[in-house]
Ligand binder design. Structure first.
Ligand SMILES: Nc1ncnc2c1ncn2[C@@H]1O[C@H](COP(=O)(O)OP(=O)(O)O)[C@@H](O)[C@H]1O
Ligand SMILES: CC(=O)N[C@@H](CCC(=O)OP(=O)(O)O)C(=O)O
Length: 271
């Protein structure tokens, strides 16, 4: 098997509806160029919340993680593995590419266990192992894997996995570059109504920003997943603005776009 450089692209639900067509064209272009093999892990939090609201099921989050009952799990799986996963596959087809959509349940792609936390979150999982051979075999067939973040344990119990955490685990298992696509130009701090973007942040600075509540909500699992990835086999993690036309391609070509996260070096540079 040919050695590949992988880039795991996590596509957040918050940006999904607003992504320009260039996003999918960029994915296809990156694959065509051959230096990097893209793998998509996607979220879909807003669609899950909308469907839960429509069905009258209450939903709540603890530190960015959705409390997940069995009833919630049904909706999570329907939204992520059913609806959004196939929409991404179709969007890549429209951009002239070939993708293969699967969830972490398929082929035991994401082995999971209950997430370690002091809060009772129900069926929220964390990844314990990734079936990298399955990913490699899809890539060998020139397919872009599109992964929805539902995991399963050996008994067949499914778990709702935060997509940032799932992307981080996939990147760790492949020693990949990790790129979070979101609806923001990077991590920022607001001062007198003005947003200052941090182009570089290290672990210590991130922890300070969480403490100051400058980083909150869905950004918490994202930065924690970034740090955990950097500690384990991932060389580079960035948060990239999905709304910027050709932002992903520019980022892959080395342009400083969004926020790059590192373990120790890198000052808190404002834009
Ligand atoms: N310091 C921060 N800088 C930028 N965004 C932040 C920050 N803290 C919290 N956020 C929030 O995090 C959101 C991105 O996380 P989330 O909604 O989970 O996105 P996604 O669906 O892309 O994973 C942003 O839309 C913003 O509201
Ligand atoms: C446990 C947990 O919180 N799971 C997430 C899975 C989807 C997700 O992570 O979507 P985004 O990337 O759009 O946030 C959820 O239920 O919303």
């Amino acid at each position: 098997m040919v050695e590949k450089n992988y880039v795991v692209i996590k596509c957040g639900g918050s940006v999904f509806e607003q992504l320009p067509p260039s996003f999918y064209q960029d994915i296809v272009e990156i694959q065509k160029q051959g230096e990097w093999q893209p793998i998509i892990v996607h979220g879909g939090g807003p669609l899950i919340s909308k469907l839960l609201e429509q069905t009258g099921v209450e939903t709540s989050f603890v530190n960015g993680l959705r409390v997940t009952t069995n009833e919630v799990l049904d909706v999570v799986e329907m939204a992520l593995s059913g609806s959004l996963n196939k929409e991404i596959v179709r969007n890549i087809a429209e951009a002239d590419g070939k993708a293969f959509g699967l969830s972490g349940v398929d082929g035991h792609l994401l082995k999971a266990q209950p997430v370690k936390t002091t809060d009772p979150l129900g069926f929220v999982g964390e990844v314990t192992a990734v079936n990298t051979a399955l990913i490699e075999s899809l890539v060998e067939q020139n397919l872009v894997p599109v992964i929805s973040p539902i995991g399963m344990d050996e008994t067949g119990q499914r778990y709702n996995i935060n997509a940032d955490m799932a992307a981080s685990a996939v990147a760790q298992s492949l020693g990949a570059k990790l790129c979070f696509i979101s609806d923001i130009p990077g991590i920022y701090e607001e001062e007198n109504g003005e947003k200052h973007i941090f182009h570089q942040l290290n672990e210590k600075q991130i922890n300070q920003l969480i403490e100051k509540e400058v980083i909150f909500g869905g950004m918490i699992p994202k930065v924690n997943s970034a740090i955990s990835a950097l500690h384990k086999n991932v060389v580079e993690v960035s948060i990239v603005d999905g709304l910027e036309p050709n932002g992903l391609l520019q980022f892959m070509q080395g342009k400083e776009i969004g926020t790059r996260i590192s373990l120790d070096k890198g000052a808190a540079n404002y834009a």
